[in-house]
Ligand binder design. Structure first.
Ligand SMILES: Nc1ncnc2c1ncn2[C@@H]1O[C@H](COP(=O)(O)OP(=O)(O)OP(=O)(O)O)[C@@H](O)[C@H]1O
Length: 238
């Protein structure tokens, strides 16, 4: 199983991102995002401890996906701060933040080719060329798929298998935080159960996870804490 390691501190060469294990994995303070006249996130504050799974739930349009995208800077916040293991993410290269805080979307997107080629894809980017390539078979095992999947045609996988390969592809960059946006919403019940089990395994292995879900049962079973959002604000965290 792929385990996260927690060194005291390390700095990624030239990126400004320092990892201080004494700090929460994520510390979000007073985050806001405005689109035009519309405030979509308002004063959002919360922390996620290293190794924790935080589930985020709330009605459609309450800002869950925008929040995840702000966390890895696919969307730039309008205000507030986001710290990743003690470093202000605004002071870092967004590309590096996206590698450290990796987002997996709700619809599995795999490219034509084998599973192994899909896992290798992130390393084709200039920004990731310096990153060590993991044992891809080992990463597949971490998401409950065997090494035999490496040679499979990615287009022939079931929805649940495809979503687990997408999670594996994110894990290949060994992110400090894994963001999952409704990872089972496009899946049938059986496949959803397998993906849920994968998320539990990753969390048991020490991975820090933020998972957005509409499903309150799923939120309560996956998250040590559940954060409920409404109208762009944090309603409560229990
Ligand atoms: N790029 C954008 N430009 C303008 N408005 C946006 C943009 N992205 C999201 N929004 C708006 O922000 C609000 C929150 O969207 P978001 O996708 O975060 O909701 P959500 O809680 O994830 O909803 P759902 O559960 O339906 O996925 C919505 O009203 C949406 O229309």
């Amino acid at each position: 199983m792929l385990l996260r390691s927690f060194p005291m501190t390390f700095a990624s060469a030239g990126t400004g991102l320092v990892h201080d294990h004494r700090c929460p994995a994520l510390r979000v303070r007073n985050l806001s995002r405005v689109f035009g006249e519309r405030s979509v996130l308002v004063g959002v504050s919360f922390s996620v401890e290293a190794g924790e799974t935080l589930a985020v739930t709330g009605p459609s349009g309450s800002g869950k996906s925008v929040l995840l995208k702000c966390l890895n800077r696919l969307i730039e916040p309008s205000g507030g701060t986001i710290e990743v293991f003690g470093t202000d993410s605004m002071h870092c290269d967004p590309v590096e933040i996206r590698r450290r805080v990796c987002l997996v979307g709700q619809v599995p997107v795999l490219f034509p080719g084998t599973v192994e080629e899909n896992l290798a894809y992130p390393f084709s980017f200039q920004a990731n060329r310096h990153c060590p390539r993991p044992d891809f078979g080992g990463v597949l095992e971490a998401v409950g798929l065997g090494r035999t999947y490496l040679a499979k045609d990615a287009q022939t996988l079931s929805g649940g298998e495809a979503q687990r390969v997408c999670i594996a592809r994110a894990l290949c960059l060994d992110p400090e935080v894994l963001l999952l946006d409704e990872p089972t919403s496009a899946l049938d019940r059986a496949s959803a159960g397998v993906v849920e089990e994968t998320i539990r395994r990753l969390n048991a292995g020490g991975r820090t996870i933020v998972v957005v879900t509409h499903d309150l049962r799923q939120a309560e079973t996956l998250g040590r804490r559940v954060m409920r959002m409404r109208d762009g604000r944090v309603e409560d965290i229990v």
